[in-house]
Design a binder for this molecule. Structure first.
Ligand SMILES: [Zn+2]
Length: 112
């Protein structure tokens, strides 16, 4: 049995948890900016900038979360992934380094 069995899934689940925690944190930060009710235009400009930054972070996190969810769906029960291009099993080393990998090394190199 593969020594890394289950590790890719663990890695993905851990990443998922971290992303969800980060998202909650940023949503709280966004609410705090909302609630500060800064009266001065300078404060409002700063608040707007913060809000935009938080919105960008939120979009990034949503994208990353989507990637992790898709990777979890691709992951077979034996903790391997089928290359979406050639159907071969993605190398465990590659998956270990990049759990979101969709393609084997050969196919990834070809399409780069
Ligand atoms: Zn391939």
């Amino acid at each position: 049995m593969n020594a890394m069995h289950g590790e890719v899934r663990q890695q993905l689940l851990h990443r998922r948890k971290t992303l969800l925690a980060l998202r909650d944190l940023h949503r709280l930060a966004a609410e705090a900016v909302e609630d500060s009710g800064a009266p001065e235009w300078v404060d409002r400009a700063v608040a707007l900038e913060e809000k935009q930054m938080i919105a960008r972070l939120d979009a990034l996190e949503r994208w990353a979360l989507h990637e992790v969810d898709q990777a979890l769906e691709r992951l077979r029960p034996d903790d391997t992934v089928q290359c979406e291009a050639c159907g071969a099993t993605v190398e465990p080393e590659r998956l270990h380094a990049l759990p979101e990998a969709r393609r084997c090394l050969c196919c990834a190199a070809r399409t780069r």
